[in-house]
Ligand binder design. Structure first.
Ligand SMILES: C[S@@+](CC[C@H](N)C(=O)[O-])C[C@H]1O[C@@H](n2cnc3c(N)ncnc32)[C@H](O)[C@@H]1O
Length: 287
């Protein structure tokens, strides 16, 4: 039986922020793996949002800034990127990474994506890579991106598609819930990893936020790693939503839960290593 429990958006957001504060270092350490995983999707996202030389770009839920640096490179010294995120710790990595890479056109601002605090109509393009699904109110997040864009400015978001086409994510979620003694969850419950994968939902939200020319493209993004253990190490150190579920387990129960996840994920082992299927939704639109 799937249960929908009463949802407290403010408490959820606070828990999300705290978990990303803890997962910040792990996510940053896995930048090379995330970069390889999302390479084609990121290039497509920047094309679809119309990011080009001299653009002023808003990067929402920027994390450790991997895509921020791609934007900084594309817009060049005459352009500008504002990387925003709810978690100060992860955004600090974005700031350091930009400095270390020598990009003087990147600024960071700690901000909830549902209340960005940026000037109206001040950006040529806005993007959000694998962040919007964590917002308790993604419609409000899209309204904020819309408000920040100049008329005609382009937006593009990347979110996970349906549970059926993201079996590793679905498997991790169900195993974590089972071991935490929690009932199965509606995968489309607000704030969940797969919450925006419901067919048609993201287009509807973009339209309701005021965007025009809304179009969603599906993209396959298999996660390729040498072994199942490598994927589990990535999840253990940087997948905040899974940790959020397992938060109350003692050390022994936690190890049992991780071992069960690893066992189930072995189904994706192939001759060339481990390959987890992922289907992403890239939604492009204009203000
Ligand atoms: C999976 S990471 C993606 C980071 C980065 N965009 C990337 O693709 O590497 C999700 C990010 O969403 C951020 N986030 C979650 N809820 C948020 C909110 N309400 N407002 C802004 N950022 C949020 C987290 O702090 C985290 O950095």
């Amino acid at each position: 039986m799937t249960m929908t429990t009463a949802f407290d958006p403010q408490a959820f957001k606070l828990a999300t922020r705290n978990q990303w504060e803890k997962a910040a270092e792990g996510w940053n350490d896995h930048t090379p793996q995330v970069r390889a995983w999302l390479r084609s999707a990121t290039d497509a996202m920047l094309d679809m949002a119309g990011v080009k030389s001299r653009s002023h770009v808003l990067d929402v839920a920027a994390g450790a800034g991997d895509q921020t640096l791609d934007i900084a490179e594309r817009v060049g010294p005459g352009g500008f990127v504002l990387a925003t995120d709810l978690s100060p710790a992860i955004l600090e990595f974005a700031k350091d990474n930009a400095l270390r890479a020598g990009y003087g056109n990147v600024e960071t601002q700690v901000a909830d994506g549902e209340s960005l605090g940026v000037d109206e109509a001040s950006f040529d393009a806005a993007v959000c890579r694998l962040g919007l699904m964590f917002f308790p109110d993604p419609l409000q997040g899209l309204r904020e991106m819309h408000r920040a864009l100049k008329p005609g400015g382009g937006a593009c978001t990347i979110v996970f598609s349906r549970p059926e086409t993201n079996p590793c994510v679905a498997m991790l979620m169900s195993t974590a819930l089972e071991h935490a003694g929690l009932p199965p969850r509606d995968p489309y419950q607000p704030g969940g990893l797969l919450s925006l994968g419901k067919p048609g939902l993201i287009d509807e939200l973009f339209k309701r936020a005021g965007f025009k020319d809304v179009a969603t493209t599906k993209m396959q993004a298999p996660f390729r790693l040498p072994s199942t253990g490598d994927y589990l190490r990535f999840i253990r150190s940087s997948a905040s939503p899974i940790q959020q579920i397992l938060g109350k387990l003692d050390a022994a129960a936690l190890e049992t839960a991780w071992a069960a996840m690893e066992e189930r994920l072995k189904v994706f082992e192939a001759a060339e290593g481990w390959q987890g299927p992922n289907e992403l939704l890239l939604t492009a639109a204009r203000r």
